[in-house]
Design a protein around this ligand. Structure first.
Ligand SMILES: C[S@@+](CC[C@H](N)C(=O)[O-])C[C@H]1O[C@@H](n2cnc3c(N)ncnc32)[C@H](O)[C@@H]1O
Length: 389
């Protein structure tokens, strides 16, 4: 998610989505097929507001347009300009933190990641079902499927291996394990595919209960080549009838990229070889694990033997300070840092009776070593108050 980037970064990102005509047309079609006159609609991640406006055009009585980023200001302006501001209620907040005065008949959301899950759609939809939607609410997209394919991608592999080359006479090879244990977000070329893509799983959003997935499939290799990793993308059935489906499957050009899940060690493959693949994600794809086995059947004996194994995880690719895991343990007793004490001090003074200037003066007096410049104390008081008051 990109809540804190510059305005132009936001606007360029949103324009790329608005000009992805297949995406926009599919959502409009599905919204017109799903929203009925008089419906209450919830739009999670409204962005520039386009899906909320489609819901109004389809007859929604009220639309709750939720957006965590500042792009919501653009959405408000566009909504007014198009004459729908009497029906759309904008809320700048993460959907998991909002409360609505009524439950919605329809949820629309385009929080779909390049490989489906990494924009946290599972957690957001699950939370909305529990707190914000009617029991029989229609959810758009209705389902999300993940697909994988074996890849020969020498350019992507070369970029990983460049960490093994000395740079200015220094050894950077200790970075390679981080690079090879993370998904890479790239545009895949269909010519890199070594076999047919396979569907890993299909998740029905009306009944999903977990933010984790674990799914397996087998791909068959159809040509000679070096297996450098797996490619991944999504398809989403928007209306649940299979008639309005969007996907970023290569070679289709879309506003999404794809996933490349690299292998630690590339492996030579032959037509007929199989790759058993298991993909596991934890907590809305905060962690990705890809593991499996490549096998070959002997033409002479018919026996199948193992050619290679892979087992990688973005858990091993985290750039976390030493000790971070210990600090997450339920037995850990946390203690406030000096910065924590400053925020605690400011928070205690935010009670509706002191101005920011007074709070800053008191903070500067209490923490003179930190706030030798009084302007810094005011800056800090503003930040804390913007966040919590
Ligand atoms: C992929 S964009 C889609 C924007 C717009 N709906 C469209 O179709 O053009 C997703 C937007 O959702 C926002 N977002 C993601 N998760 C959110 C959440 N749980 N609550 C509120 N906003 C969220 C992001 O800031 C981003 O602007």
């Amino acid at each position: 998610m990109m809540f804190n980037k510059s305005p132009m970064t936001h606007l360029t990102y949103h324009l790329s989505m608005l000009t992805d005509h297949a995406r926009v047309d599919a959502y409009r079609q599905a919204i017109f097929d799903t929203v009925r006159p008089g419906d209450i609609v919830l739009d999670i991640g409204t962005g520039t507001g386009i899906l909320s406006l489609f819901a109004c055009q389809a007859g929604a009585r009220r639309v709750y347009a939720i957006e965590a980023g500042r792009i919501i200001e653009a959405a408000r302006a566009v909504c007014k300009q198009n004459g729908f501001d009497d029906r759309v209620v904008f809320m700048q907040e993460l959907s998991t933190k909002v409360e609505l005065p009524e439950r919605a008949d329809v949820l629309i959301t385009e929080t779909i990641g390049n490989f489906g899950l990494e924009e946290s759609i599972l957690g957001y939809v699950r939370d909305a079902r529990q707190r914000l939607l009617k029991d029989d609410a229609r959810i758009l997209p209705a389902s999300l499927a993940l697909h994988v394919v074996p890849l020969e991608a020498p350019q992507l592999h070369a970029a990983i291996e460049s960490w093994n080359q000395p740079i200015a006479g220094l050894d950077f090879s200790s970075v390679r394990p981080l690079v090879v244990n993370n998904p890479h977000w790239v545009k895949l070329d269909a010519a890199w595919m070594l076999g047919q893509p396979a569907q890993l799983c299909k998740i029905e959003l009306a009944c999903v209960t977990s933010r984790d997935i674990c799914a397996s499939t087998t791909c068959t290799v159809t040509k000679y080549g070096t297996l450098h990793g797996l490619g991944g993308w999504f398809s989403a059935d928007l209306d649940g009838a299979g008639t309005v489906v969007i996907s970023n499957a290569p070679p289709t050009e879309t506003s999404w990229s794809h996933a490349f899940l690299p292998f630690e060690t590339p492996c030579d493959m032959e037509p007929g070889d199989t790759i058993e693949i298991t993909l596991r994600t934890v907590a809305d794809a905060t962690v990705w694990q890809w593991r499996g086995t490549c096998r070959r059947r002997s033409a002479a004996t018919g026996a199948t033997s193992e050619v290679a194994r892979f087992n990688q995880s973005s858990f091993l690719g985290q750039m976390m300070p030493v000790g971070w895991l210990r600090r997450l343990s339920e037995t850990h007793c946390p203690q406030l840092t000096e910065q924590g004490c400053i925020d605690q001090f400011i928070l205690q003074m935010i009670d509706g009776s002191s101005s920011l200037k007074e709070i800053a003066q008191r903070a500067a007096a209490r923490f003179p070593g930190v706030f030798s410049d009084p302007g810094k104390a005011l800056e800090r008081a503003r930040l804390v108050s913007q966040r919590y008051a």
